[in-house]
Design a protein around this ligand. Structure first.
Ligand code: PMP
Length: 423
């Protein structure tokens, strides 16, 4: 607490500061408020308003009070020793969540896309071949990112909901000999969880690194980075980890480190250069961490708390809990006469369920009705799945049967109210 005398002196000083000042000086004019031509916008003079919504779409998910409270703690410096301690905890939390002992484990300052770009920019050099599995939007994104940085991009393609066999993957790997193969574990645009077993071995046999996106699946569906021989794995903070959006865990295997730290060219992005980031996260073995960028301190507090909750719950419990709630939701949807988009139960993503748009309905009208009357967010498809599916996400904090029942009741109501007359 500041002493009362100091507080009153501060108050007097504040009152003495002139509100308007346009003084001439030797070097010109100090422009005060009188030279301001754009007035403060009226919206900025009103208090912030953000409604409470049930975020039952594919993310972000609602954030539990414990994580919100962690993010609301007083800021400390991004280079303070306590902050480095928190970053060390985050690294351990990610190693647990990813099931990896990789030293090169950290969180990106940015959303899932930041991790996606970091992986591609650091591993691939211009002119090298990359193979991207596209069965929804995320493969499309990675193909575009790789193309922009000058890679030769080859694709394996399926329409949303499709998946690739290991034989199909191996055939194309052998043909194109890429340095990197990208696969989405939880394809949130289609609601599909892709099998990963054996893919890492095939990649290594063909001298290729395996990059896996687990933004929508981490903590909700089993994934074991080391055991499944994944070279680069990333996720996002705002899905089953249910922290606020804006941080993205990522990890690199020894093989991946060997490739990215023996490049001939520098990665196109300074901000995402792993040489700097590995030092910032204390992963490069150097005694001193040097300023690279100002990390999102509050975001890291929140991420630490979300990883702590996952560690307390246990990964296996988290996986089985997501499956149990998803199965309850799937049964309820079928009881409403709806068709699940992914037919094979084993390939359904437990965190994001996709429903084939029912005949006789306008999907946008259904979503708008549910938002207006139930304050619940569901979403439509994304990228290639637009117009094909409705998506319901129940993950992390939101993943429970009461929320599933609420989602089903809202959908039942919307199905009654929004049916189009068949002309
Ligand atoms: N990959 C997958 C599977 C996703 O679901 C998302 C987000 N919907 C992303 C990547 C991109 O993450 P972000 O929006 O956090 O950049």
């Amino acid at each position: 607490m500041m002493p009362r005398s100091v507080l009153s002196r501060c108050a007097r000083l504040t009152q003495q500061v002139p509100l308007e000042s346009a003084r001439s000086t030797k070097h010109g004019v100090h422009r005060g408020m009188s030279s301001v031509t754009i007035p403060p916008p009226a919206c900025m003079l009103r208090p912030l308003e953000a409604p409470y919504r049930y975020l039952f779409g594919p993310g972000p998910s609602n954030v539990p009070p414990r994580i919100l409270a962690a993010g609301g703690r007083p800021i400390i410096g991004h280079m303070h020793s306590e902050m480095f301690g928190i970053m060390n905890d985050i690294k351990k939390g990610i190693q647990y969540a990813f099931q990896t002992s990789n030293n090169m484990t950290l969180a990106m300052s940015g959303s899932g896309h930041t991790a996606m770009e970091c992986a591609v920019f650091n591993i691939v050099e211009p002119g090298e071949s990359v193979l991207v599995a596209i069965n929804g939007i995320w493969g499309e994104r990675v193909a575009e990112i790789a193309e922009r940085m000058g890679a030769k991009v080859h694709t394996l393609f399926k329409t949303p909901g499709g998946h690739f066999t290991n034989a199909e993957i191996e055939q194309v790997l052998a043909k194109h000999k890429p340095v990197l193969f990208f696969l989405t574990h939880g394809e949130s645009s289609a609601g599909l969880v892709h099998p990963v077993d054996g893919v890492g071995d095939i990649c290594h046999k063909h001298n290729c690194l395996l990059l896996v996106d687990s933004v929508a699946s981490l903590g909700a569906a089993p994934l074991l980075m080391d055991q499944q021989n994944i070279d680069i794995l990333y996720t996002g903070s705002q899905k089953a980890l249910n922290a606020p959006p804006g941080t993205a865990p990522i990890s690199f295997s020894e093989r991946a480190c060997h490739k990215m730290f023996n490049r001939k060219t520098k990665p196109v992005s300074y901000l995402l250069d792993m040489t700097h980031l590995s030092n910032y996260w204390g992963n490069d073995g150097k005694p001193v961490r040097i300023y690279h960028h100002t990390g999102p301190v509050s975001g890291f507090f929140a991420l630490r708390e979300s990883l702590a909750i996952l560690a307390e719950m246990g990964l296996e419990n988290s996986w089985s809990h997501h499956t149990e709630v998803a199965e309850y939701l799937w049964k309820g949807l079928e009881d409403l006469g709806l068709k699940l988009f992914i037919k094979d139960k084993d390939l359904r993503l437990p965190s994001v369920t996709t429903i084939a748009i029912p005949e006789g309905y306008d999907w946008k009208e259904l979503l708008a009705y549910i938002m207006k009357h139930h304050q619940i967010e569901f979403t439509g498809g994304l990228g290639p799945s637009v117009g094909m599916v409705l998506r319901i996400g129940l993950m992390g904090y939101n993943c429970n049967k009461a929320n599933a029942a609420m989602a089903l009741a809202a959908l039942e109501d919307a199905l009654k109210q929004c049916r189009k007359s068949k002309a």
